[in-house]
Design a protein around this ligand. Structure first.
Ligand code: GLU
Ligand code: MG
Length: 440
């Protein structure tokens, strides 16, 4: 098999892909000879396509129906080459943005929504963010029998696949930062390097697609679904953020604690957490994972080094002046059903709301909140996070969050998508997690 996997041949197909609102890569492809022309002009794209569920159902109440037209336009800097295998030729994947016919950004384009949030953070607060994604997944086929968590045996089992993924990512000028044999049976984690926030989302998407593709080419399967098997640990996506001034000064942490700036940002995230979950845990399988005492972060609180808090501060060795340049804020209530562009945009908007209102830094909770009695939790403002997509939908419908951040057209479309996700889950019933795991 490796002989065919390493066939040396130029890509013969270019795919122009966009990660839709449910986190599925969809797009159009052309013979490689058309690549430059299509990079310059884009391809036609049907507005409703961005709203399909992972099962290809079209949300009732979608604002487009058969109408409208957008263009799917590739960013040449994102070219990633998938290798040839068997009868499949090598393929160049370009990550795309969706634009109106006049070339203006289309309000539903996730990558453009993230760019808008980044610009707002810079212009209004003089801040930039670096982000890094840790993504957990189950890979079936890579090992016959499960190996001990974090073991050499587990690492050896995954290292061939990780190597193939590195080779693919290298074609896009990126790489993995770490790969880990995780706690669950056949569960692994891939971490992408910290980078400017737009690039960090591109890297997260590329890493997912590269590992799914490398697994498929070997007859295996990789799933980032949050809870494919109720008996096994869930798969999270942990999003690390660090805040910097535009002139390069780190402002995430000082002496192992949040700064005034990062404190207000984190307080904003916690205040809008339910709305943010509409973007970070948006699938019908997400709430199967969100269980207490499983290191998922099901309490709306902040805790330095606390893996049961929704948001954790991960300190790193201090510099002599007490500055902690490598420290990051880790947001743990996210999973592989999220669209990384939208998840980051939602996090930035919620954080900016905290900065705008000058919120005080939250208290750091130093225990598993599940072990703190109810009265104390109430007194200290520690509440459980939302426990269902219905709850999230209710908050998103009633709060100004969507209108004030992503805008009214996006709001209408996104609420219809989440409602459709909820309905799909009800219709599919017990088979949902299995069927979802085949797509995500
Ligand atoms: N698997 C856990 C989750 O679903 C995370 C475990 C860890 O801290 O790596 O988020
Ligand atoms: Mg992990």
């Amino acid at each position: 098999m490796n002989e065919t996997l390493h066939r040396n041949e130029a890509p013969r197909v270019s795919m122009f892909g966009n990660l839709d609102l449910c986190g599925v890569m969809r797009g159009r492809s052309v013979p490689a000879v058309r690549t430059d022309e299509v990079l310059a002009q884009g391809l036609p794209w049907v507005p409703t396509n961005i709203m399909l569920s992972p099962f290809n159902t079209i949300p009732a109440g979608n604002p487009f129906g058969p109408m409208g037209e957008t263009r799917i336009v590739g960013d040449p800097a994102t070219r990633m080459t998938l290798p040839p295998a068997g009868e499949r030729p090598a393929l160049d994947l370009f990550l795309c943005e969706l634009k109106n016919i006049d070339g203006q950004p289309w309000p539903l384009c996730p990558r453009n929504q993230l760019k808008a949030a980044i610009a707002k953070l810079r212009d209004e607060f003089g801040l930039v963010i670096k982000a890094g994604f840790e993504q957990e997944c189950y890979i079936h086929g890579v090992q016959e029998v499960p190996t001990p968590a974090f073991s050499l045996a587990g690492t050896r089992a995954i290292s061939g696949l990780a190597d193939a993924v590195q080779a693919v990512l290298a074609t896009a000028g990126t790489r993995l930062d770490q790969f880990v044999a995780e706690y669950g049976e056949h569960q692994f984690e891939i971490a992408s390097p910290a980078a400017d926030v737009l690039l960090s989302a591109d890297q997260a998407v590329m890493a997912r697609e590269a590992i799914r593709d490398a697994a498929r080419l070997r007859g295996w399967s990789a799933t980032f679904a949050p809870k494919p098997d109720p008996e096994q640990p869930g798969s999270g996506v942990h999003i690390h953020l660090s805040l910097w001034t535009t002139d390069g000064k780190p402002v995430t942490a000082e002496q192992d604690a949040l700064t005034e700036t990062s404190g207000a940002f984190v307080a904003g995230l916690l205040r809008d957490l339910t709305a943010v979950m509409g973007f970070t845990t948006p699938s019908g399988n997400s709430f199967d994972r969100l269980l207490p005492s499983s290191w998922v972060g099901v309490f709306n609180c902040f805790g330095e080094r606390n893996r049961e808090a929704a948001i954790r501060l991960c300190p790193r060795p201090l510099e002599p002046d007490g500055v902690n340049p490598a420290a990051s804020i880790e947001f743990r209530v996210a999973d592989g059903g999220c669209n990384p562009y939208l998840a980051l945009a939602a996090l930035i908007h919620a954080g900016m709301n905290g900065l705008r209102d000058g919120l005080p830094a939250p208290e750091s909770i130093d225990r598993d909140p599940a072990t703190i009695d109810k009265a104390e939790c109430e007194a200290r403002g520690i509440a459980p996070i939302a426990s269902s997509l219905e709850e999230v939908l209710g908050v998103l419908r009633d709060s100004p969050f969507l209108d004030s951040t992503f805008g009214p057209l996006f709001r209408t479309a996104y609420l219809a998508v989440l409602e459709n996700t909820r309905a799909d889950r009800d219709v599919i019933g017990d088979e949902y997690a299995t069927r979802y795991s085949r797509v995500i």
